[in-house]
Design a protein around this ligand. Structure first.
Ligand code: PLP
Length: 445
């Protein structure tokens, strides 16, 4: 039966990334509250949220400290802008805290309201940088197939999702895409290492095609998230670094998912030993409790922008929003003081990864992969040929539904099932996750 909330929703609400017609038929599930790693619906169902919302609730649900800091900040200063030669403590303190955790050559932060806005900011900041360096022809961005960098016009264009490009005539000019390091799909007869080099070299080929004087930046997620938790072979990033240095091209590492502890380091750039010029962030920054994002800016770009740049004509009403910034700061302080990132690195992530690998033995699993607190698996009919279970990536959706019926949120990306649980998940909760994932796989088979 359709509840009152579902009826209102069906009548008035257009959901993001959803087929509204289908949603009206099945009725959206009403989520009412959440605690720790669990969410609850209005029918009393309890689900283990192995996606941490949308890769964001790193600290877990229900932290009263974040509620308290939001309440206090809302009373003191609910809003003020940062455009008119003013600042406030939450924005300044948060910028300093982020700089203290970022790679040592990154000491400045530009705040946005989301990850998409962070990537729009990157697009304008990079082009401004090269103008100020008297290299105005350096305008082209190179990204990767199947990348996800957000849903605004620039974000979706930087992303490499064909199904997004089809709507709205994207990508916009000045953005091209190269191979993704997706070994399971494209590795063929190559070793992982040889494939990593080959995938990286598609960047060099594109730079030569466009002309190195025309290429401004390469943008990439350290591991691709929404593309299906694609973890690059170890040879990939060193080869990318070599190529970017050779042609004087900026590196933008999109840490919107991977930042704030997901890999067991504060940033995946530290995990992979990368030296980004710019790092878009969001999500885990506030553990999703309030919307906030930003771009961490390396010294090279910041100095040029500030010393030579004058006004940077870019920003958002909610850049550095005081309540969101206060909550983000408290969120980071809790992650620090409770040793949550260290626990991920030394205890819970190794345990999750060890247990996740067990699923590789399942008859419909072609591959398991993961690092830190993210993991994925490929659903197949045939483990050797990688033949899919059903055409048009239907198996992923079916597995998601069985998973939910068993009290577990896993996300399908085509026929790849992915998880990215809250960083506070315990070993016992990992065991529960595994038991439920296994049941969902059995029922999908
Ligand atoms: N960049 C990456 C890597 C993401 O995964 C996402 C969202 O999932 C974004 C950017 C966009 O962030 P938002 O949805 O906050 O705009």
């Amino acid at each position: 039966m359709t509840s009152k909330i579902q009826a209102l929703d069906n009548k008035h609400h257009i959901h993001p990334f959803s087929d509204s017609k289908e949603l009206h038929e099945i009725n959206p599930r009403e989520i009412t509250h959440a605690e720790g790693v669990y969410i609850y619906d209005d029918k009393g169902n309890k689900l283990l949220d192995a996606m941490a919302g949308l890769w964001c609730v790193n600290i877990g649900y229900g932290r009263q400290e974040l509620v308290d800091v939001a309440t206090k900040q809302m009373s003191a200063l609910p809003y003020y802008n940062l455009f008119f030669k003013t600042t406030h403590a939450p924005a300044a303190k948060l910028a300093a805290k982020i700089a203290s955790l970022a790679p040592s050559h990154m000491n400045k932060v530009f705040f946005t309201g989301s990850g998409s806005e962070a990537n729009d900011t990157v697009f304008r900041m990079v082009r401004r940088y090269w103008d100020l360096k008297d290299k105005p022809t350096k305008k082209q961005f190179i990204s990767r197939e199947n990348a996800y960098h957000g849903s605004t016009v620039v974000g979706a264009s930087l992303g490499g999702m064909g199904y997004m490009h089809e709507q709205g005539d994207l990508p916009i000019a000045g953005i091209s895409h190269v191979e993704q390091p997706y070994f399971f799909k494209d590795g063929g007869d190559l070793t992982q290492e040889a494939f990593g080099i080959k995938a990286a070299q598609s960047l060099e080929a594109k730079i030569l095609e466009l002309g190195e004087d025309n290429v401004a930046a390469f943008i990439a997620e350290p591991f691709q998230g929404a593309g299906g938790v694609i973890i690059p072979p170890t040879s990939y990033w060193p080869e990318i670094k070599r190529i970017l240095a050779k042609y004087d091209i900026l590196l933008v590492v999109d840490e919107v998912i991977s930042g704030f502890g997901r890999t067991g380091e504060w940033f995946a750039s530290q995990y992979y030993d990368l030296e980004p010029d710019l790092m878009p962030i969001a999500k885990g920054l506030s553990s999703g409790y309030l919307p906030i994002g930003g771009v961490i800016v390396g010294d090279k770009v910041a100095e040029t922008l500030i010393d030579k740049g004058g006004d940077f004509n870019h920003g958002f009403t909610y850049s550095g929003h005081p309540v969101a910034a206060a909550v983000a700061l408290k969120n980071i302080e809790l992650l620090e003081s409770e040793g949550i990132v260290e626990r991920v690195k030394n205890e819970t992530a190794p345990y999750l990864q060890k247990r996740w690998k067990e699923l590789a033995a399942h008859p419909i699993v072609g591959e398991t992969r993961g690092l830190g607190m993210v993991a994925g698996l490929e659903l197949v009919r045939d483990k050797d040929t990688h033949e899919r279970i059903a055409p048009n990536s239907k198996a992923g959706g079916i597995c998601r539904d069985f998973s939910m019926a068993n009290g577990l949120i896993m996300r399908p990306c085509g026929d790849t099932m992915i998880i990215s649980p809250p960083l506070v998940i315990t070993k016992a909760e990992v065991d529960e996750l595994m038991e439920k994932a296994l049941k969902a796989l059995d029922e999908t088979a």
